[in-house]
Design a protein around this ligand. Structure first.
Ligand code: ATP
Ligand code: MG
Length: 422
């Protein structure tokens, strides 16, 4: 029986890798052009880090974490997201107190969800965090950065939705109002929502249950209860987005699935990917550093789902080049085969580092030429006894109708470089 991969965890095969690389490189370039520096985090953290940061009564902590006890009986969790680990690392390494830091990272995240298109159990996120910035200028800049990325990747059909969750005090007052509202319609609530009514009523607004949507639509919204300072922050953000020509819509029901947010929250949504339309999401988390044991530090960040980003890139007609060899060396006979290895090295030595595949394991001329074709190479370099004796190689275009020509071995690298760059 064939072994199976773990459900919801995908192999990214060679045909897909060029697209992953292209997306990763472009996104990284944009992030770094805003002054963010890379930080590489462990996959595992103490479970406590996520439980405290994300919140006990959230989908992630209640049902989605991969947690286990290690041989020392410590409870560890495979990161479901990167913000908590990023803040933990900032505190652990003394990088946050009285400092301003802009960090980014990318890598796999793990959530025990129901796998479907755009939703996996191992998925990847780009993650960007700015710590020590009170905003709203940085809030706007983080969204402007995304807009630049969409532009650079040729992505369309993305909408920016923003909302404000206000301050914790403002949220407490709003919470009471929300509890009153949902209590009156309690008989219509689903099981999850009834449980959350007591523990975390805001989470009801984040419910994905279609039957709950009408009730959620009619619920009171936080944005009508903002205090003066939060309102000013939100107005400031809107003004900066308008100044930068980044269109947005205010979605008063946007609450996000994690507890640590306050003030600004936002999502970039597309209608091009079906049900899993959130490509990038983030918000301000001014209380999180303190909650995890550091000193109070304002902060904001976003996370972008790489699988969904790639899905949208392809839906918009994006294609990445492939990583096929440029040259396949066909060498028939002992002397030619021996010579072929050094010729291959010479080609790889070129400043343009030609991608070369040498025929390995012998084979007839016909077999080797078939392999050359299958490799996807643009050219076959043909070395036989006659060619070697004459100090020449045959250069055969494999993807066009051009004629095979003979080239002096001394000129081979320059000739191929010239052809490949034209
Ligand atoms: P969703 O509402 O789709 O479950 P979320 O609010 O749980 O998203 P975040 O925790 O904010 O998502 O993660 C940020 C981004 O990471 C999402 O906008 C999405 O692009 C991506 N993402 C989240 N969960 C998954 C998953 N299971 N598989 C693939 N991508 C995901
Ligand atoms: Mg989710």
């Amino acid at each position: 029986m064939k072994p199976k991969a773990v459900r919801g965890m995908n192999d990214i095969l060679p045909e897909r890798s060029p697209t992953w690389r292209l997306i990763e490189e472009r996104v990284r370039e944009v992030i770094e052009s805003y002054g963010y520096r890379e930080i590489r985090l462990p996959i595992l953290e103490h479970t406590e880090v996520f439980a405290r940061a994300i919140g006990e009564v959230t989908d992630i902590v209640e049902k989605e974490m991969y947690s286990f006890r290690d041989r020392n009986e410590e409870s560890l969790t495979m990161r479901p997201e990167a913000t908590a680990g990023m803040v933990r690392a900032g505190i652990t390494n003394g990088l946050l107190h009285n400092q301003r830091q802009k960090f980014w990272t990318v890598g796999p995240m793990f959530r025990y969800e129901k796998p479907q298109k755009g939703r996996y159990r191992q998925f990847h996120q780009f993650d960007v965090e700015a710590m020590g910035f009170a905003g709203p200028d940085i809030d706007a800049e983080l969204m402007i950065m995304c807009a630049r990325m969409w532009e650079k990747l040729g992505l369309r059909r993305l909408t920016l939705e923003i909302n404000s969750l206000g301050t914790p005090a403002g949220r407490a007052a709003y919470r009471t109002e929300l509890v009153n509202y949902f209590s009156e319609v309690k008989s219509a609530l689903d099981e999850d929502s009834i449980r959350r009514l007591e523990k975390n009523p805001l989470r009801i607004l984040d419910s994905k249950n279609p039957e709950m949507q009408a009730l959620i639509e009619a619920a009171p919204v936080m944005i009508d209860h903002l205090d003066v300072e939060s309102q000013a922050h939100f107005d400031g953000l809107r003004e900066l987005l308008e100044l930068a020509d980044v269109p947005y819509v205010v979605n008063p029901r946007l609450v996000r699935g994690l507890d640590y947010y306050n003030q600004t929250v936002f999502e970039w949504i597309t209608d091009a990917l079906g049900a899993q339309g959130a490509v990038c999401a983030g918000g301000r988390y001014d209380g999180l550093v303190e909650k995890l044991g550091g000193r109070s530090t304002p902060a904001i960040g976003w996370a972008m789902g790489v699988e969904r980003l790639i899905g949208l890139y392809e839906a918009c007609g994006g294609i990445a080049g492939n990583a096929a060899p440029e040259v396949y060396i066909v060498a028939v006979g002992e002397p030619a085969s021996r010579r072929a290895l050094s010729i291959a090295e010479e080609l790889r030595d070129q400043s343009a580092a030609i991608r070369v595949e040498s025929n390995l394991g012998g084979g007839s001329f016909k077999t080797q030429l078939k392999r050359a074709d299958k490799s996807g190479a643009a050219y076959a370099v043909i070395l036989g006894e006659d060619e070697i004796a004459a100090g020449q190689a045959g250069l055969k275009p494999l993807r066009t109708n051009g004629e095979q020509v003979n080239v002096a071995l001394d000129d081979l690298a320059a000739t191929i470089t010239g052809r490949l760059t034209n």
